[in-house]
Ligand binder design. Structure first.
Ligand code: NI
Length: 399
């Protein structure tokens, strides 16, 4: 509870010292996880290894949402409960790196850095377990499955994983940022991700006699064009929204008027209100445009992830923790991104912050973006991530 700088300094070096002490473990775990990547919601080996390692630390762990793992580290007395979250799944991608620990599972790869998140959170467990007599309250470790398909967080929340949790903190390694840099800013950080499909039903016929049919291609084209006015004419100019039609399929032959057209695409936004309204606006345009061409159209709209919004108070605690790990020079501001995060389902339930941790180091590794077959991280980011997880938990519980 003391805010004397002497105390903070001791605590700071304590976490960093332990993150350094366990760094070999962190690196070895990350390489092992990298070698055995598993698909979303099928992370069986990963989950069992996590439980095994947590048990070795004398900690109990439970499975959630199938292959998720949750573990509570109890401090010395009653207090708040803070959750730390890592995602554990890999992606369907054929690894092109030639490493001693390259993926041995065909067409699966830890191509997003989740191996690093998982190893770092497991290392944070070691750090926090070593000093559990020195904090009050609890730290709940949440290893979530199925981030890439936006499925695991929702299921864990439904199973009550956040029922006793006061705040949650998550990390994503970022190859667009230099190693040694951390961003934990308040406000929107990642977009809501929605997927839509539109089936346009016309009436087939001969291409030479279009008046006998109802053209789904003309109708679909008009829908694509009219949807472009949603962002430009119906959204506040200062609120970013993306609406992209990425698939348009119809027809089979040059002189056959097809019966149907199929469109698919995505919307992205950062405002929960806009996210709630977009579907209805699109439905109005899709159905009325089709009607004006005598056709019918059906919109199917799936919300995959919500906007990831950092709570100002939690983000400030995160920024303070980051400063203790990488110093003031390591703090950077990063623009929000139109990518999505399953963490948003946790952040919608309790005050949350999501940090970006730099993992780029072109002196050691060529730069490749996330989800690239040659993606790799500078492992120096692991020690930073483990330290940041642990420091955040201590700082939150000390509030
Ligand atoms: Ni990811």
């Amino acid at each position: 509870m003391t805010s004397s700088s002497g105390m903070e300094e001791r605590e700071m070096s304590r976490v960093k010292k332990l993150a350094s002490k366990y760094n070999d473990f962190n690196g070895a775990m990350r390489r092992e996880l990298h070698k055995y990547p598993e698909p979303s919601m099928e992370e069986k080996r990963t989950a069992n290894r996590l439980i095994e390692e947590l048990n070795k630390m004398g900690l109990e762990a439970k499975k959630y949402a199938g292959t998720g793992v949750v573990c509570l580290i109890k401090g010395s007395g009653e207090g708040k409960t803070v959750a730390l979250r890592a995602d554990i799944d890999a992606i369907e991608l054929k690894e092109e790196n030639e490493l001693t620990y390259s993926s041995v599972n065909e067409d699966l790869m830890h191509g997003c850095g989740h191996d690093g998140h998982t190893a770092s959170l497991l290392t944070a467990a070691k750090i926090l377990n070593d000093i559990k007599d020195e904090f009050t309250g609890n730290v709940k470790l949440i290893f979530q499955p199925g981030e890439e398909i936006a499925s695991g967080a929702k299921k864990m929340v439904a199973e009550g994983v956040l029922n006793d949790v006061d705040a949650i903190f998550g990390i994503h390694l970022m190859n667009e940022m230099e190693v040694g840099k951390i961003s934990v800013e308040s406000g929107p950080r990642m977009a809501a991700v929605n997927k839509f499909s539109i089936t346009v039903k016309g009436k087939g016929g001969h291409g030479s006699l279009p008046h006998q049919g109802i053209d789904p291609i003309i109708t679909g084209s008009a829908i694509v064009m009219n949807l472009q006015s949603v962002v430009s004419r119906e959204m506040e100019p200062l609120a970013p929204v993306v609406l992209s039609v990425d698939i348009f399929q119809s027809g089979s032959r040059f002189n056959v008027l097809p019966e149907e057209a199929y469109l698919e695409g995505t919307t992205r936004c950062f405002s929960p209100e806009i996210n709630d309204n977009l579907e209805n606006i699109m439905r109005r345009i899709v159905e009325n445009t089709a009607a004006s061409y005598r056709a019918e159209a059906e919109l199917v709209y799936d919300k995959l992830s919500l906007p990831t919004i950092n709570d100002p108070v939690i983000a400030e605690i995160g920024t303070g923790a980051a400063e203790k790990i990488v110093s003031k020079n390591g703090l950077v501001k990063v623009e929000k991104t139109t990518g999505g995060e399953d963490f948003s389902y946790f952040a919608a339930e309790v005050p949350a912050a999501f940090a970006f941790v730099g993992s780029k180091n072109e002196a050691k590794l060529d730069f490749y973006p996330h989800h690239h077959p040659k993606f790799n991280i500078d492992e120096d980011a692991l020690e930073i991530s483990a330290g940041l997880y642990a420091q955040f938990a201590l700082d939150f519980l000390a509030q």
